[in-house]
Design a protein around this ligand. Structure first.
Ligand SMILES: CSC[C@H]1O[C@H](OP(=O)(O)O)[C@H](O)[C@@H]1O
Length: 359
């Protein structure tokens, strides 16, 4: 069974000493399971930027808690002197700080916008900043619960697409560590496994930050799900040998026409699956969709520092001064996607009509 402590890789903590955002530092997994206690929105922003907490829904939750933490810090320091007008201005500034940490995963901006909307809706109803803080914490916790429930629903829907004895390939980590529930791409695998269906997972290591080998393999192994770790360049050969029956991946942003931004390397896996006529499923909650974007061309792709490519855990693997590019994501056109599995149902092409009708 999945380790229940992984179901919430980021959380809110309050005690007599103060308030904190707690999280599992995912940069240290799998060797070390270290919990951090963050005391300011600046620390939360750094944790998101450094992928101590990562995965679209998880960073959405972290940003929401970070916004509340920023207000709580002001309330503790300023007390009655912090008026509601100033509190709202502070929240807008904190929201801007958190939103700029990672541009691709739409859940982050979505969560911040939702909490700032909550400020406006409750502005005339609360008496002071402390009451506003409580309202916002409740909204952040609602986001967490909704994502938890969405993961369960996507797991049920996706598990029905898996047959006894299937081998499923997955890329990066879209499991419990990336969400506030049992995951997105891994949710159908957990549900099928727990229902007694024999499913084997081929785990792409996922260069450069190795979310597959470090996080997905770790999660699945602890849950007792059979897996085989492979390097990214093995996926095509295993598909050609008929050793892959389906691909399940997560998403960081889905445009209105069904184009999907996900971890770099996803597009290559999608093209390989298409050539070998293997179903390619994207599992994502509706909070990962941005219907204001007409296609994947409009999705901003995060560029990360070269050191992530030229070294692994501090060991240099490339010549000094070599030219490097390090896009964290790529875009898979909807033509390569067999279906989008969401908590609202399974959508197949043509996505645009469906998505506009459902939302
Ligand atoms: C369920 S969202 C998981 C999604 O996020 C990952 O990116 P990162 O590790 O950089 O946050 C990857 O794209 C996963 O598919």
């Amino acid at each position: 069974m999945l380790d229940q402590r992984l179901l919430q890789p980021v959380w809110w903590e309050e005690n007599e000493q103060g308030v904190y955002v707690g999280l599992i530092d995912q940069t240290l997994l799998p060797q070390q399971t270290k919990h951090l206690r963050l005391t300011s929105e600046v620390e939360v922003a750094e944790a998101i930027r450094a992928l101590r907490v990562r995965g679209a829904p998880a960073i959405g939750a972290a940003a929401a808690f970070g916004l509340v933490l920023g207000l709580a810090r002001q309330v503790r320091e300023r007390g009655e002197t912090l008026g509601l007008v100033e509190a709202r201005e502070q929240l807008q500034a904190i929201g801007a700080l958190l939103t700029t940490t990672r541009p691709t995963a739409v859940n982050l901006a979505w969560a911040i916008k939702r909490l700032l909307r909550c400020v406006d809706e409750n502005f005339a109803l609360v008496r002071n900043a402390q009451e506003l803080q409580r309202v916002l914490l409740a909204e952040a916790r609602a986001i967490v619960q909704e994502d938890h429930d969405a993961c369960e629903r996507m797991g049920e829907l996706g598990a029905a697409l898996l047959a006894e004895g299937d081998t499923v390939l997955t890329h990066c980590n879209a499991g419990a560590l990336a969400t506030m529930g049992i995951g997105t791409a891994l949710a159908p695998i957990y549900v099928a496994h727990n229902a007694g269906k024999r499913v084997h997972v081929l785990v792409d290591e996922t260069r450069p930050l190795l979310q597959g080998s470090r996080l997905t393999a770790w999660e699945l192994q602890r849950a007792g799900v059979p897996l085989t770790l492979i390097t990214d360049n093995m996926a095509g050969s295993f598909m050609r040998q008929g050793r892959v029956q389906a691909v399940f991946v997560g998403a960081d942003c889905i445009a209105a026409n069904g184009d999907v931004a996900n971890k770099i390397g996803t597009y290559s896996v999608a093209v390989l699956a298409s050539v070998h006529q293997i179903p390619f499923y994207v599992v994502a909650p509706t909070s990962t969709f941005d219907l204001s974007l007409s296609s994947g061309e409009q999705i901003p792709v995060e560029q990360r520092k070269p050191e992530e490519v030229t070294s692994v855990r501090g060991s240099i693997i490339a010549p000094e001064g070599v030219n490097v590019t390090n896009p964290a994501f790529d875009v898979t056109p909807h033509q390569y996607i067999t279906a989008l599995i969401t908590e609202k149902g399974i959508f197949r092409a043509p996505y645009e009509a469906l998505l506009r009708n459902v939302w």
